[in-house]
Design a protein around this ligand. Structure first.
Ligand code: LMR
Length: 398
């Protein structure tokens, strides 16, 4: 039956973790996967999550409440994305569904897109999170790319991006990372978002935002949703995937939300019912414990305030490590310009290291990252940053 099946290629991100785990060198560093670690290199369970766990354990939760908890999660997630006072939420124009983290939310949207706009492609930024390609491919949505990153400036290629937005056929679907772009750490400025939004009106494009890192770009949840708020203000109907994996440290719980803004409540009811049908055939219902955790945190003002503080702490540690890594490289007399380490934002730095240099880092220094040179700054600590800087200097100095 399966003779014709050959092994699938390794995933460029999870494959790095596998190689790291197999390495027995004590100095090894994992800068592959975008998962937050503290300054001791340890995964973190946020205090707000511990508090929520205690609250949940103390009250009787009936399985039959799952739907109500899911609706609460959607409502609170929508406020995080669109703002607490957003009229779209009050008017019942958000078709929202709890999803299996950001990946699940993207997949639900991709399925919705294929179902109601068959043949219409998704425009993905070049580069983008590698899994976006898998998700839309498996949903059988054709893929196009739009220019985003300029390797020379290690910043945004805004002119090229606008050019591609203008030349795409009217009414195209575009995916954006509203903050902390993965893998480049390069985001448009407020002014640039306004121009993009304006052009989207002209072209009647549909913006889909994948917001996996809300809070990690600036340390402020509202600031990080600025792009979405700009599009909202301009009256766009938009889609948004949200993940609580990173900003609540709930990696294994798979909690997320997909929301699709509609013109009126009737449309929202219809779209939501379609999303429910799509989810039903794929996994029926999402696991409920993570949803309970997130909705407990978002619904309790004290626990929410604690969460907001803890997000800041994570974002600040990453910013400090960016500054330290750049400083160490400069102290070593590196002939290269490392400004991009501190100019880029969020969990990742698109270092500019070539695949060969990355391979040398693995072979000679046991430092692991994706071959596109993306460094997960979350894996950098006070104790490994000097070792990392010397290794990077060593492979880039000639
Ligand atoms: C990453 O880009 O490293 C994260 O989004 C984790 C993942 O699953 O790819």
């Amino acid at each position: 039956w399966w003779e014709h099946v050959s092994p699938a290629p390794k995933d460029p991100i999870t494959g790095v973790t596998e190689a790291f785990l197999a390495d027995t060198n004590p100095n090894k560093i994992n800068l592959g996967v975008g998962a937050y670690r503290d300054d001791q290199g340890k995964p973190v369970v946020l205090q707000c999550v511990r508090n929520a766990e205690a609250k949940i354990a103390a009250c009787e939760f009936l399985e039959s409440n799952a739907a109500a908890v899911g609706s609460k999660l959607v409502e609170e997630s929508a406020k995080l994305a669109y703002g607490t006072q957003a009229h779209v939420v009050k008017e019942g124009r958000v078709a929202g569904l709890q999803a299996l983290s950001g990946t699940g939310a993207c997949r639900l949207f991709a399925e919705l897109q294929r179902r109601f706009y068959p043949g219409s492609p998704i425009y993905l930024p070049d580069p983008t999170w590698s899994n976006h390609h898998n998700i839309w491919r498996d949903a059988q949505v054709p893929e196009r790319s739009f220019r985003y990153y300029n390797p020379i400036t290690k910043g945004l290629d805004f002119a090229a991006l606008m050019d591609d937005v203008k030349t795409a056929p009217d009414g195209s679907f575009f995916l954006f990372h509203p903050c902390a772009h993965n893998p480049t750490g390069v985001d448009p400025t407020e002014e640039q978002w306004r121009e993009i939004s304006y052009q989207f009106k002209v072209k009647n494009h549909f913006p889909f935002f994948d917001m996996a890192y809300q809070g990690f770009a600036t340390g402020d949840l509202d600031m990080d949703a600025q792009a979405i708020r700009i599009f909202l203000e301009d009256g766009h109907l938009i889609g948004c995937a949200q993940s609580f994996a990173k900003n609540m440290g709930l990696y294994g719980h798979r909690v997320g939300c997909l929301s699709v803004l509609c013109a009126d409540e009737k449309q929202a009811v219809a779209v939501k019912s379609q999303l429910q049908q799509i989810a039903r055939s794929m996994y029926s219902n999402p696991p409920v414990h993570g949803i309970l955790l997130v909705s407990t945190i978002l619904n309790d003002p004290q626990t929410k305030a604690l969460w907001v503080k803890e997000v800041k702490v994570m974002a600040n540690r990453i910013q400090l490590m960016r500054a330290t890594l750049r400083e160490r490289l400069e102290d070593l007399g590196s002939p290269l310009d490392w400004e991009n380490i501190t100019n880029q934002v969020g969990m990742f730095c698109f270092s500019g290291l070539t695949p060969d240099q990355v391979d040398r880092l693995v072979r000679e220094f046991h430092i692991y990252m994706t071959r596109d040179g993306r460094i997960s700054i979350a894996g950098v600590t006070t104790s490994n940053v000097s070792y990392l800087a010397s290794a990077i200097h060593e492979v880039t100095k000639y």
